[in-house]
Design a protein around this ligand. Sequence first.
Ligand code: NAD
Ligand code: UFG
Length: 339
Amino acid sequence: MKTILVTGGTGYIGSHTTIELQKLGFNVVIIDNLSNSDIKSLERIKSITGIEAKFEYGDVCDKSFLDNIFQKYEISSIIHFAAYKAVGESVSKPISYYSNNLISLMNILETMTKHSVKNLIFSSSCTVYGQPDILPVTEETELKPANSPYGNTKKISEDIIIDFINSGADIRAVILRYFNPVGADMSGKIGELPQGIPNNLMPYITQTALGIREKLMVFGNDYNTNDGTAIRDYIHVSDLANAHISAMNYLNDKPTKFYDIFNVGTGEGYSVMQVINSINKFLTSPLPYQITERRQGDIEKIWADPSKANEILKWQPIYSIDDMTSSALNWEKFLRQDK
Ligand code: NAD
Ligand code: UFG
């Protein structure tokens, strides 16, 4: 039986994508070096789907390891999540980010070609748009210079894939530009696992809701938005996971030497205050927060025009902002008991 290779599959988006793949009957093999995830993800995936994902511990930057995996399994598609993703850390450790994120991708491209595997789905980010001049952003919106080494690795990765295909490589690729993935599997048994103090809004909110953090610092309320706080297009991680499956199905009947790019968002922007109002519906007392300075490097507002993915990939998100906050909260509660 053909197998889907999920790199970074014990991580946040990779584990949710593995769940959606297994639910649809796909055979999954995960590669992960556990640099930003917990081996417990495997048990958690199994507790939801009843299926054990095959796991290969190792580094995608290790080409001979990768070569062995491609020999061992009959791989039909690769979903490449493995990368470092912390924007702030990338500023202090640029070489580590360029090296991990770019070498892993180039190894995947070379190894898949060597083994005649055709389909690649790549995790990019709406960070490539910077602060767009016109909203919502379509895939045609001009890209802005990256404002972090992490963001630059995504822009360069897109270019590497496109240049490789334009050089005549016998593969097909979909580049997905994720907006802000949040929330957790609706079972509440798996979710995001930030290390240390969370940098991102949703895990900071859920930890504050459970009293692990004293209060949420809201970074700026003087933006040009409805309530002054910054706006993002939050997308439920299980909806995002399903976009990868739609992308894989789309590639199957395409010729090789083909690539396409899609925004993956809901098309709705929510401010930080609107996210707080949403979580408050599930709390017995309102979330404590304090308005503070803007965070350096943050953009004011962004949301997607997802119509290309809706029409061409036939993909539609189903979860609301309340589903995102409540599932994230349920996961945070579960995690505190499951440590
Ligand atoms: P994550 O850190 O939870 O998952 C990434 C996984 O890859 C981790 O399990 C980590 O251990 C593994 N990994 C990293 N480098 C590796 C290597 N060289 N070899 C093997 N395993 C390696 O991150 P995530 O949130 O699931 O993100 C997945 C992908 O989506 C990343 O490429 C990320 O840049 C991209 N992305 C994430 C977001 C977001 O907000 N979460 C937004 C846009 C794009
Ligand atoms: N925010 C706060 N307080 C916090 C954390 C965040 O007010 O403690 C605000 C931010 O200022 C921003 C919004 O909440 O306005 C969302 O912030 P996140 O850090 O959750 O997300 P970002 O949009 O800044 O960035 C995330 C990822 C990037 C990725 C981008 C697009 O961290 O890697 O989404 O996918 F590129």
